[in-house]
Design a protein around this ligand. Structure first.
Ligand code: ZN
Length: 246
């Protein structure tokens, strides 16, 4: 057995641990996305409510305007009754007609606003449904994440147990070399198979004496570029072809 082969099982375990840890990190991200959806729907609901409230305020203001105009009309009518001449009477009548026309205009405006108010109420209702749906989805997401976390936590514990067993069988100095290579690989496999004449991880061309040393298998040889531990993969020998047969 080549010396690098002792790391193959360990590297497989480490890659699986890293994959489980990465998957674990998706949980909080998924929950944050679902929470953002809830917030977005709540903002929509708030906005729709505000439009409705504003519309009600504006309608109220216009209704007060109408009341004022009506008061003016009543005053004008009092003057009209005391008119000294037909001409004067007509002037008051024209004024009253003009103000009544103004009232009809404002009433039309109010009708338009009430229609908008109805629309914003419908939008409010839709936004309420959206909030409820987003909250339900968030709860669902939390449950799923919790279930996945439980599974992954158990898997990681199991893998670490296996790792300890494997590590116990490896020489301490050899293990240090492996750990250094693993840190350099940043979560990827600390090992690299030789493919043809290149490092299977970083593709740098390897000197023939390096390949020879790896083939002899008495020393641990790191790729001088990516620092991974080089090994001879039976499925990709050094004859130069790149077959991936199972
Ligand atoms: Zn390399």
């Amino acid at each position: 057995m080549a010396i690098a082969d002792q790391f193959i099982g360990l590297s497989e375990i480490d890659v699986q641990i890293k994959a489980a840890e990465d998957e674990l990190a998706f949980g909080p991200r998924d929950i944050a996305l679902a929470e953002a959806d809830v917030k977005k729907a709540e903002v929509k609901l708030h906005d729709a409510g505000q439009i409705s409230t504003n519309m009600a305020k504006q309608i109220h203001t216009l209704e007060i305007d109408i009341d004022k105009i009506k008061e003016d009309i009543n005053k004008t009518k009092t003057f009209q009754r005391e008119a000294k001449s037909n001409k004067e009477y007509q002037i008051f009548k024209d004024k009253i007609d003009g103000e009544e026309k103004k009232i009809r205009g404002i009433e039309d405006q109010i009708l338009g606003m009430m229609e908008q108010q109805e629309n914003s109420k419908a939008a409010q209702k839709a936004a309420q449904d959206e909030v409820a749906k987003a909250k339900k989805e968030l709860e669902q997401e939390k449950k799923e994440v919790e279930a996945t976390k439980k599974k992954l936590d158990a898997k990681i514990v199991e893998l670490n147990k296996k790792r300890q067993e494997v590590v116990a069988g490896i020489d301490k100095e050899d293990l240090e070399i492996y750990e250094r290579a693993r840190r350099s690989a940043r979560g990827k496999s600390a090992l690299a198979p030789i493919r043809g004449v290149v490092c299977g991880a970083c593709n740098v061309k390897l000197p023939s004496q390096v390949i020879n040393l790896v083939m002899i298998g008495k020393q641990i040889i790191n790729c001088m570029s990516c620092y991974r531990i080089l090994y001879v993969d039976e499925h990709s020998d050094t004859r130069g072809d790149d077959e991936d047969e199972e």
